[in-house]
Design a binder for this molecule. Sequence first.
Ligand SMILES: Nc1nc2c(ncn2[C@@H]2O[C@H](COP(=O)(O)OP(=O)(O)OP(=O)(O)O)[C@@H](O)[C@H]2O)c(=O)[nH]1
Ligand SMILES: [Zn+2]
Length: 200
Amino acid sequence: MSTTAAPRPEFRDREGAVEPDLVAAEAAAAAFLKALGMDHDSEHLRATPGRMARAWAEMLTPRPFNLTTFPNEEGYDELVLARGIPFRSICEHHLLPFTGHACVGYLPGERVLGLSKLARVVEHFACRPQTQERLTKQTADWLQAQLGAKAVGVVLKAEHSCMTLRGALATGSSTVTSTLLGTLRTDPSSRQEFLALAGF
Ligand SMILES: Nc1nc2c(ncn2[C@@H]2O[C@H](COP(=O)(O)OP(=O)(O)OP(=O)(O)O)[C@@H](O)[C@H]2O)c(=O)[nH]1
Ligand SMILES: [Zn+2]
C-alpha cells in the first residue's frame, strides 16, 4: 500500500529579506565603538567589531523550519500546551535583548502540529526587532492561520534589559503579555482553563 507524505512546507515569511552584510556591519560596529570612545586596538577588543556583527546577525536571522503536522486521527479535542519555552528577542526601541518564557497552546482541529514547532515559531518571530506585544500576537495569529485551530493561546513573560540594566533600572521586573483567539477568547471557562494550565 502506498502512503502519501503529509506536506512539510518550509516556513520562511521573510522571502526577499536582505542577507546580513557582515563586512559592512563590522565596519559600522568599529565606528560605533570608536564613537563611544572605546579603544578597539587593545588585544581584547581587536576582534570585537567582527564578533558584534556576527552576534547581532545571529540574533536577528530566523532559522527556517518545517511545518510538520499530523492528522488528528484520535479526534483529540482538548488543549495542547507547551510551557516554559525559553526565548530571547531584541527590543526594537533600544536594540537590547529581552528574555523570558512562553506558553503556547491550541485546541486542535483536523490536524495537530509537531510539538517542537510551538517553540520554533516563537523563536522565528523573536529573531527580529520586536515588541513583546507584537511577538505574542504574531505567534498566535500564525498558529491559527496555519492549523485552522479552534482556539490558540500565547502567553509570554519576559525581562527587558532596556528596563532592568539601564534607564528605569527596574531590576527583577517582568512583563506579561497574552493573545487568546477563538474559543479561548470567547468562552470564559476555556480561558480560565488555559490560564490555569499555563500557570500564569
Ligand atoms: N510597549 C512596549 N514598550 C517597550 C518594549 N520594549 C521596550 N519598550 C519601551 O519603549 C519605550 C521607549 O521610550 P523612550 O522614552 O523613547 O526611550 P528612553 O528615553 O530610553 O526611555 P527609558 O527606557 O524610560 O529610559 C520605553 O518605555 C521602553 O520600556 C515592548 O516590548 N513593548
Ligand atoms: Zn528597549
